[in-house]
Write a protein that binds this ligand. Structure first.
Ligand code: CA
Length: 230
C-alpha cells in the first residue's frame, strides 16, 4: 500500500491544530479527515475505513482515552494519541489504553511523521483480521473464541482451567471476588469447600503473567480474595 491511499482521521477540537495537521499530512501524500467531536469520532472510526487515527485527549462529548478503549474492543487500527503536555496522564503514558504511541504538543512535524510511519510498519507486519469479543487488561488480551491469552502480542500458554479463571477475573475487572465465589463460578459446585485450589491456580497464573512480564495483573485483597485491575 502506498501512502497516497492511506487515510488518516484527525480527531482534534482545536481547529488551528487540526488544519495544520491536515495540511502537513496531505503534503506528505496522506488523505485526511478532521473530526472535532469525540462521540462522532468514535462512530466514524467504527463505520468508516481509516488506516490510522491521530487522537487528541481532551475532546467534547467523549475523551480520547474512552474512544481508544472502545475502538480497541473491536479493532487493532493504529492509534496515536496527540496530547497537550498538561493533560497527559499515566494511562496514556503507559499506553494502558491500547494506543500504539503518543506524542505531546507542541511537537516537531518530523517526529510525528516518524511515529506515523512506525505505526504503519508495526501494523503491516502484525496485521490480522479484527477479532470480536477480545478482552483487554493493560497489555493482556484474552481471546474467548480460542481460549488463548497474549501479552504484548506474545502468546501465554495457559491450561483450560487457568484460562477460565483468568477470563472470569478479567470479565469482572475491578471487582474484588472472594474465593468461594470464584470456586463456584469457575470450578462449579463439586469443589465447594476446597478454596485452596483457587490460591494454587492464582499462583500458576502469576507465574505465567506477572513474573515473566513484570506487570501485576492479579491483586490479593487480604481476608477477601482477588481482583484484576485495569
Ligand atoms: Ca482538545
Amino acid at each position: 500500500m502506498t501512502t497516497a491511499t492511506r487515510k488518516i482521521l484527525i480527531v482534534e477540537d482545536e481547529w488551528k491544530i487540526a488544519r495544520f495537521l491536515q495540511i502537513e499530512l496531505e503534503h506528505e501524500g496522506f488523505t485526511t479527515v478532521i473530526e472535532a467531536n469525540g462521540r462522532n469520532a468514535l462512530d466514524r472510526i467504527i463505520q468508516e475505513n481509516f488506516d490510522l487515527v491521530l487522537l487528541d485527549l481532551m475532546l467534547p462529548e467523549m475523551d480520547g482515552v474512552e474512544i481508544c478503549r472502545r475502538v480497541r474492543a473491536v479493532s487493532q487500527l493504529p492509534i496515536i494519541m496527540v496530547t497537550a503536555k498538561d493533560d497527559i496522564d499515566d494511562k496514556v503514558k503507559g499506553l494502558d489504553i491500547g494506543a500504539d504511541d503518543y506524542i505531546t504538543k507542541p511537537f516537531a512535524l518530523p517526529e510525528l511523521l516518524a511515529r506515523i510511519r512506525a505505526a504503519f510498519r508495526k501494523h503491516t507486519v502484525t496485521e490480522q483480521p479484527a477479532e470480536k469479543n477480545v478482552l483487554n487488561i493493560k497489555n493482556l488480551a484474552l481471546f474467548p473464541n480460542r481460549y488463548e491469552a497474549e501479552i504484548d502480542g506474545q502468546p501465554v500458554e495457559l491450561t483450560k482451567k487457568e484460562y477460565d479463571l483468568l477470563e472470569y477475573l478479567v470479565r469482572n475487572k475491578n471487582v474484588v471476588l472472594n474465593r468461594e465465589h470464584i470456586l463456584q463460578e469457575v470450578w462449579g459446585y463439586e469443589y465447594m469447600g476446597d478454596t485452596n485450589v483457587v490460591d494454587v491456580y492464582i499462583r500458576y497464573l502469576r507465574s505465567k503473567l506477572d513474573e515473566p512480564f513484570e506487570q501485576k495483573y492479579i491483586h490479593t485483597v487480604r481476608g477477601v480474595g482477588y481482583v484484576v485491575k485495569d
